[in-house]
Structure formats: C-alpha cells, structure tokens
Design a binder for this molecule. Structure first.
Ligand code: PLP
Length: 373
C-alpha cells in the first residue's frame, strides 16, 4: 500500500532504509563489538581511503562532525585570532560557528540570487591582509561557482563547505576536490549520513591532512602519542560510524540519482506556479539536491498552510547568520546583505529524500497549488 494513504508527507524520512543495509549494519556492530576497536580501527582507515577515492583527493581524515571538519581544516590553514575567513550568511549556522571557534573573524559576503551561493564578484573586495581562507558553501547540494571563486581568491586558500554536497560535481570533478580542502558532514540527514554524527576533511595537501589528523586527537604526534605538537581536542570519527558509512558509500550515487529524479518531478509539476524554482545543474556539473528549495512570496503563510495540510515543508534558512540573536557582535545589520536577506525571507523547502514516492511528491504539489491559489 502506498504511504500516501496516511497523507502526511515528511520533510525527510530516515527510516526508509534498505533492510539489507540494516542487516549489514547489525553485522558491523557485532564484528566491531567483538574486536573491541571502537576508535582508530581498521574501519576508520578503510573509510578514509574509500571516501578520499570517491572525492578524488589524496587524503581523507575522519572527524566527529561537519562543524569540526571545518574548524580543524581552518585551524590547519592558520585561521585564528587576528585573522579573517570570508564566507556567506545564507548557510547553516555551523559554517559561521566553525570560523569563530578558531578565534578568527567571519567576514560575510552576499550571495548571487541566481546560484544562492557566494557571489564571486563580491569576493575580491572582502579579501585583505588578514584573510586566512575563503569558505564557500555548496548550498542545497549545488556546487558553488568554484572557478570564479578560486580566481577571485588568488593565492588565498579556499575551503569548501561540502556538508550538503556529497557527490556533486563541477567540471568533471566531485566536491571535495575543487579547492585547497573541504569539510563534509555525515549528520544523518545529509546525502551521506551516519547513524549519529560524523564528518571528514579531504584534501590533496599531505601536510594539511597530517595537521588535521593531529588536531582531532589532542594535537598528538602521529609517531608518538605522548608527544603533543599543538593544542588539539577530541574530534575523531569512531570506528562504528566509519563502518556504517563504508556500507552506505556504495549507494550514494544511486541515492543522489533518486534525489535528482524527485527534483525533476517537482520541476515539471511546479513550472506553471508562481514559485521560483531552484537553479538546475551547473554547466558541466551535477546538482545532488540535498534540499529542494523554491522561493515564494508570503513564505511564512505558505509554510504554515502547507504544514496544516500535513506537508513537512520547512525553510532553510529563515534567519541568516548575521541577523541571529547570538551573532549580533558580527556587526552586520539588517539591510547589509540584501540578496541573503531576500533569499531567507522567500526560501521554502519541499520534502525530498531518497525513497520519496511519486505520489507523495504529487500530494505536495497538490497542496502547494491549493495554498497558492
Ligand atoms: C550540516 C552542516 C554543517 C555542519 O555539520 P554537522 O555535522 O551538523 O556539524 C556545516 N555546514 C553546512 C552547510 C551544513 O549543512
């Protein structure tokens, strides 16, 4: 029987996991329990090798979550007190937190309304002698315009926030391999999700990877665990999560394809409605639709009426970072990032996840038609 009979369409449903994967996860749990290798085990090493290979990078370092992936990569790039990191406010707050947690100051540039990502034309003016790194976000699963961003950044290192874009492509290369380094999150709802928290830093830079490896484990010397080369912290990816990620990774491309297919069904069905559809694939690239985000007038009304109609819609993100109460000290007022603020006011996320049924998409569309009528 179709799930649509129950009517509610969730924003995301992580319980629709292939039973074969659940069985493999149980097997992994038993195997790791018996081995006693809960941290720094063979599964972590194997996952790091496999994920680096997937991204097309020389190195991968598993860490505790996506925020720490960005934090440790930024620290390795020498972001810290007295330095600045240029990013966007139209993102999940973790991007900003990661910068601030190194002691560096976030410098915010506006987005390009066409891509919803960092506007490369505004980047050069934001870069100065204190800039340690540029941190563009591949928002909603669509790669940021990296060619233009790298050109504007010149010799300043660029770190990709790839937390929403596992498997997305630009110019025949996957995210993670498009700049100096990248941070990924394996939060359960991400395109590649753990059964808990996880993250990774990937890079071609051996020295950067070694520094992150040390930082995730108390700044330890890889050759001598009792020697601490720098102040670090506990920020490891555990062996069990690594095992679970290993068994999910081979499915990632197929899951992304399901996301893309669902997005196309929305696109066709919404073409005539008064909504701005998300940008499609970048030229020669691949959008992996972590989220399907349209823009509408009167977003709050539309969102609340969709919820009343049992559609799990949402807004990502209704208040940009610079207008959050906890981040007033950044010093950007209302009106300082107009395209970001317009996107935040108009964004509406529709249910989309691997395993969503066509009939569920159709029900979301039906509800949206009646709300916009
Ligand atoms: C999820 C996310 C993060 C942080 O990842 P966590 O694993 O939740 O710490 C960072 N940046 C973006 C854009 C995200 O979506």
């Amino acid at each position: 029987m179709s799930r649509v009979a129950g009517r509610e369409v969730p924003l995301v449903d992580l319980s629709r996991l292939d039973p074969a994967i659940v069985a493999e996860a149980q097997e992994a749990f038993e195997r790791i329990s018996r081995s006693g290798a809960f941290t720094f085990g063979a599964e972590l090493e194997a996952f790091e090798t496999e994920f680096a290979e997937y991204c097309g990078t020389a190195h991968c370092v598993g860490v505790s979550d996506g925020t720490d992936a960005l934090r440790l990569a930024l620290s390795a790039l020498e972001a810290g007190p007295g330095r600045e990191v240029v990013t966007v406010a139209h993102t999940f707050i973790a991007t900003i937190e990661a910068i601030a947690s190194t002691g560096a100051t976030p410098v915010l540039v506006d987005v390009d309304p066409a891509t919803r990502c960092m506007d490369p034309n505004r980047l050069a003016a934001a870069i100065g002698p204190k800039t340690a790194a540029v941190l563009p976000v591949h928002l909603y699963g669509r790669p940021a315009p990296m060619g233009e961003i790298l050109a504007a950044a010149r010799e300043v290192p660029v770190l990709e926030d790839a937390a929403q874009a596992h498997g997305a492509e630009l110019g025949g290369r996957r995210t993670g391999s498009l700049a100096t380094a990248a941070g990924f999150s394996f939060y359960p709802t991400k395109n590649l999700g753990a059964m808990g928290d996880g993250g990774a830093v990937v890079s071609d830079d051996a020295e950067l990877a070694a520094t992150v490896r040390s930082l995730r484990h108390h700044g330890a010397d890889p050759g001598d665990a009792n020697r601490h080369l720098r102040p670090g912290s506990t920020a490891r990816l555990d062996n069990l999560q690594a095992a679970l990620l290993r068994l999910k990774l081979p499915h990632l491309d197929a899951w992304n394809e399901e996301r893309r297919r669902a997005a196309e069904r929305y696109r066709a069905a919404l073409a005539e409605l008064p909504v701005v559809l998300p940008p499609g694939d970048p030229e020669g690239g691949l959008h992996v639709y972590h989220l399907f985000v349209v823009e509408v007038d009167e977003r709050d009304r539309v969102l609340s009426e969709l919820r009343s109609a049992e559609v799990g819609a949402a807004a990502h993100y209704p208040t940009p970072a610079h207008l959050q109460p906890g981040w007033a000290a950044l010093g950007y007022g209302q009106g300082s990032l107009p395209h970001t603020e317009a996107a935040a006011a108009r964004c509406l996320t529709l249910p989309l996840f691997p395993g969503i049924e066509d009939a569920e998409i159709d029900r979301v569309v039906e509800a949206l038609v009646s709300v916009l009528d």
